[in-house]
Write a protein that binds this ligand. Structure first.
Ligand code: AMO
Length: 440
């Protein structure tokens, strides 16, 4: 038996009447005495296998019905139209009964694969290899893969070069203190909070448009449904822009393309998750921060000061207001300069050329036009209490010809959570890292 020749569940129909090899996890074996029904699961579905004692003989029949659930098995049989399921196919394990246990599963299982009772998320994450055997969980990661590819396709079609910047850095990239220290030979180093400074440096190279599927490491002590300590994001930067509006136009096009691609290419995954996806119309509304504050304050449900960021609750309230107007995606723009990172372009009136993209009250992207004038950039570092000397290798890239530029970070974990309406970002990440979880 060559495993590489195995036929997947979805292709059985093309082999009706033929003897084929199938392989997968033994989901269940119902032994009715003289006849047994095995359920063998592969990545495309579950095949019923019929085994008859009279045809196989006692010993062979016992071997076939013996393995524990979730053992990995391979077997050869004849494909026939299913009697129970119209349009379906099953396999008859005909003599001599070729059946191999490739890997026996222990019992009891740490987590059920087809149990009716839902396990809690912690138990599922502790046993993720088992959890992902569930088709409805596999669907999340299949869809995430399509989503990421669609994003990368969009960016490359729009002239972006995919880059890879360091994950080990010598100084903070976001200005904050939420860094993981790393011992780097004789020096102190950190895990990268984002590729921010590197992707900006790339704007001085002439590549003009770059994108990275980046990992952000954030040592924040959050413990919420939407925060992780290790994050995957599209990190994009583009040069020769007139304003942040050019960045927002590119971004909304990318998000629209990702939603549309998923709607077209993932009907089975969406069905497994009971999701009916609406592709958002373009353009997404732009709401200046000052208006957003006025609007949420007018509801009386929250109170946000003009120079403050929207609280989680305020974001939620705005999400409700926008949903009532039929908008699931919208930008909050022109944040006060004081609450945005040092690299953000701030206009004379104190508002910044920055934006967040929100989906139903959750921030999925942050971005801006950047300050490309090196003197102003240094002044802004000082304003933020940072020492320009610590940023010398970054600032150098601004001293020898740096075009106007801007970009964004689009959280892939949050986007996956949102496209599927998951209630916890951990569901969208294979092996999430949070305040308490570092294994598996
Ligand atoms: P920011 O820190 O807002 O911006 O991150 C960008 C996007 O990354 C996602 N994200 C997170 N997702 C889950 N858990 C977290 N703890 C978390 N932190 C961030 C969000 C967020 O919108 N350098 C800027 C981007 C830029 O201006 O280009 C940055 O890192 O979806």
């Amino acid at each position: 038996m060559h495993l590489r020749d195995r036929v997947l569940h979805r292709d059985l129909g093309q082999h009706a009447g033929q003897r084929v090899l199938i392989a997968g996890w033994l989901q269940d074996a119902r032994d009715q005495g003289k006849i047994a029904f095995l359920l063998v699961r592969d990545r495309t579905g579950v095949t019923q296998v019929v085994a008859k004692k009279q045809e196989l003989g006692d010993e062979r029949y016992k071997a076939v019905t013996g393995p524990n659930r979730e053992s990995v098995v391979a077997l050869r049989g004849t494909v026939q139209a299913s009697k129970a399921k119209a349009g379906g196919y099953e396999l008859v394990l005909d003599p001599p009964g070729e059946f191999d246990v490739l890997s026996a599963a222990e019992a009891p299982l740490p987590l059920g694969v087809v149990d009716k009772v839902a396990a809690d998320l912690e138990t599922r994450l502790d046993n993720r290899f088992m959890d992902v055997r569930k088709p409805e969980v596999q669907a999340i990661f299949r869809l995430r893969s399509v989503l990421v590819k669609a994003g990368l396709d969009y960016f490359t079609q729009h002239g972006f070069t995919q880059i890879h910047t360091p994950r080990i850095i010598g100084a903070s990239s976001e200005g904050g203190t939420e860094l993981y220290p790393v011992k780097y030979f004789e020096k102190d180093a950190f895990l990268a909070q984002s590729p921010q400074l590197y992707k900006q440096a790339m704007m001085a190279t002439g590549l003009d448009r770059v994108v990275e599927v980046a990992t952000y490491f954030r040592a924040e002590k959050h413990n919420t449904y939407r925060h992780l300590n290790e994050i995957t994001a599209f990190d994009a930067e583009m040069a020769f822009i007139d304003s942040e509006e050019d960045v927002m136009t590119l971004l909304e096009g990318a998000v629209h393309h990702m939603w549309k691609t998923v709607a077209e290419q993932c009907p089975a995954e969406l069905a497994l998750r009971n999701v009916q996806l609406t592709v958002p119309g373009l353009p997404f509304p732009r709401i200046p921060h000052a208006h957003a504050v006025e609007r949420v304050n007018a509801t009386g449900k929250v109170s946000v000061k003009p120079d403050d960021d929207l609280s989680t609750e305020a974001e939620r309230v705005l999400g409700e207001l926008m949903a009532a107007e039929g908008h699931i995606f919208y930008f909050i723009t022109k944040y006060p300069g004081g609450i945005r990172p040092f690299y953000t372009y701030v206009d004379a009136d104190g508002t910044s050329r920055s934006f967040d993209l929100e989906h139903k009250g959750l921030e999925v992207t942050s971005g801006a036009q950047r300050q490309h004038d090196v003197d102003k950039l240094e002044a802004r570092l000082r304003e933020k209490g940072l020492d320009p000397k610590d940023f010398e290798s970054y600032l150098k890239a601004f001293r020898f010809g740096m075009p106007p530029h801007g970009g964004f970070g689009l959280g892939i974990d949050r986007l996956t959570m949102e496209v599927l309406g998951l209630d916890n970002v951990r569901e969208a990440v294979l092996f999430p890292r949070d305040r308490t979880r570092i294994s598996p």
